[in-house]
Design a protein around this ligand. Structure first.
Ligand code: ZN
Ligand code: ZN
Length: 102
């Protein structure tokens, strides 16, 4: 590891029980493992987002009014007031026509 400030090799040092990398110029860096775990968390969060976009929603057997396809994705969503029942949404697997059930 090199110092981003001056380019010198960083040296490990125990600081308040935690291992930190420090440089003679005064620069200190958090341990690499900690940095990696933060990156990992960001990565997995992104993965979930992508999965959602790829329609990882559960599928249900229902008929699409538009194309007659018999499989649709479904999910529930709370609309307006919290005391109102959830609305069920359906999205045709084939033509992507979306409708909801009251
Ligand atoms: Zn330095
Ligand atoms: Zn359809």
């Amino acid at each position: 590891m090199f110092c981003p400030k001056c380019g010198s090799i960083l040296r490990p040092k125990d600081k308040a029980g935690k291992k930190v990398l420090f440089c003679s110029c005064g620069f200190t860096k958090k341990p690499e493992e900690e940095m990696a775990s933060i990156k990992e968390t960001v990565k997995s969060a992104k993965k979930i987002e992508v999965m959602d976009k790829l329609d990882s929603r559960p599928k249900i057997k229902t008929k699409c009014d538009k194309c007659g396809h018999k499989v649709a994705y479904y999910w529930t969503q709370q609309t307006r007031a919290a005391d109102e029942p959830e609305t069920r949404f359906f999205k045709c697997e084939k033509c992507e026509y979306t409708w909801r059930e009251y």
